[in-house]
Design a protein. Structure first.
Length: 436
């Protein structure tokens, strides 16, 4: 199989330096050396500019070199308090209040702040199980969706399912269950209710007592590799099932939160009310902050103890979080993501309809995917690799997923002109791929 993702010859010496001191398993699929960034553009070490359609992998929703972000972070650093363990600080106080107000939910009233997304999903797992055991000692089960991704630690990888990524663990929690994912090309909205209940029957015995044994259902708001959203009726059915059986509904909002999908949070597309959400990435505009936002009785459960983290509520990260919310509000980026997203998806559908190698285009707001099919010459992954590299050669950085898709997620501040330019680059790269 030909490798279409290749490093620019000028970069090779730099990459050899990294390989000398770092694990080769940390190499990015796309070989690019970042030097500077501003707005929605990045600049490499040779001063070539690129439109960033990854937002630093969906973290920099407000763009780069934002003046408000720089001001807030600098003020925090100038205070001399760059770290306070879990002791109170001014930025933590302000941020926790602003965060809850930004979420704007009648149910989600408290937060637990940590430093990474996988730490947040681990915390949600703990919260859910301790909430369940408060009701019934047997109520520790967690239902997840096959193909979803929740992180790289032991607990989060078990939530992600039995796959090549989790083989290293050597065992599997018998109380974590996985049901089928309702891919939209397989399940219509009108069939979603039956699909959900049939998926339960495939995994659980007929007399399985969900009310007694299941604490929570955790799901990605959309399946990450392809920005694959669920049929709305599927999530509505799932919510009704949770209410009936006193099961917590938890959304992993790492990629979908903070305006990315044209809503403040992706779960809003389903018109449901979760009990917990896990956030990260765009939460701090590149600074390490993540968290669980949940019902008061879940987080304040007396069985929950030892919820502390070395970098939890770090003042500099909280300052970045405050700036992020302020910019999202001031620039009305949620609405902007919705408006520009409509243009993005309309044009992607047109590209799909005109291409022999594009199987599907999916997503909402400013998160999208292009899924490639194979032909007699090339696999879908090979086409994704080729298009990713060709876009890079022409000044556009896209997210190569390592499989048959590429993902697109520019900073929410991107202009319509830059969006149109990027779509032209993508179209030309796909047309060229059809000729290889």
């Amino acid at each position: 199989m030909k490798n279409f993702i290749t490093a620019n010859n000028k970069y090779k010496k730099s990459y050899q330096k990294y390989l000398k001191f770092e694990t080769k398993n940390m190499q990015p699929n796309i070989k690019i050396f970042w030097k500077k960034a501003s707005g929605f553009e990045i600049q490499d070490k040779f001063n070539k500019k690129y439109i960033d359609f990854t937002s630093g992998i969906f973290a920099s929703n407000i763009g780069y070199k934002n003046k408000i972000l720089e001001k807030y972070v600098k003020t925090a650093i100038d205070s001399g308090i760059c770290h306070t363990y879990n002791y109170y600080n001014f930025y933590r106080e302000r941020y926790s209040q602003e965060l809850i107000n930004f979420v704007g939910s009648k149910k989600l009233k408290k937060c637990f702040l940590v430093s990474s997304g996988t730490e947040a999903t681990e915390a949600a797992l703990k919260f859910a199980r301790l909430y369940g055991t408060k009701i019934n000692k047997k109520k520790t089960g967690i239902i997840c969706l096959k193909g979803n991704w929740h992180g790289r630690t032991v607990g989060s990888q078990m939530l992600s399912g039995k796959n090549d990524q989790s083989k290293w663990i050597g065992f599997f929690d018998k109380n974590i269950f996985h049901i089928k994912f309702p891919y939209p090309w397989e399940v219509k909205n009108t069939d979603a209710k039956n699909f959900f209940h049939d998926s339960l029957k495939d995994v659980f015995k007929a007399k399985f007592n969900f009310k007694e044994k299941i604490a929570a259902i955790m799901l990605e708001t959309f399946q990450g590799w392809g920005a694959v959203f669920y049929p709305k009726e599927y999530i509505k059915t799932l919510e009704r099932f949770c209410k009936k059986n006193k099961i917590l509904l938890c959304f992993d909002e790492m990629q979908s939160g903070f305006g990315r999908t044209g809503k403040k949070f992706g779960y809003e597309h389903y018109s449901v009310k979760p009990d917990l959400i896990c956030c990260g990435k765009g939460m701090g505009s590149g600074f390490p902050i993540a968290g669980v936002i949940a019902r008061k009785d879940i987080i304040d459960n007396p069985l929950v103890q030892g919820m502390s983290s070395t970098h939890s509520a770090n003042p500099v990260s909280c300052a970045a979080g405050l700036a992020t919310i302020k910019v999202i509000k001031n620039l009305r980026l949620v609405k902007k993501a919705d408006i520009l997203g409509r243009h993005l998806h309309k044009n992607l559908k047109e590209i799909k309809n005109s291409s022999s190698i594009v199987e599907n285009t999916l997503g909402k707001g400013l998160i999208a995917s292009i899924i490639f099919n194979g032909n007699k010459k090339r696999s879908g992954k090979e086409f994704a690799d080729f298009v990713s590299q060709e876009c890079l050669n022409n000044g556009l950085l896209v997210c190569n997923t390592g499989r048959e898709s590429i993902k697109l997620g520019p900073p929410l501040i991107i202009t319509l002109k830059a969006l149109k330019k990027s779509l032209i680059i993508i179209l030309k790269a796909i047309k060229k791929a059809e000729q290889i």
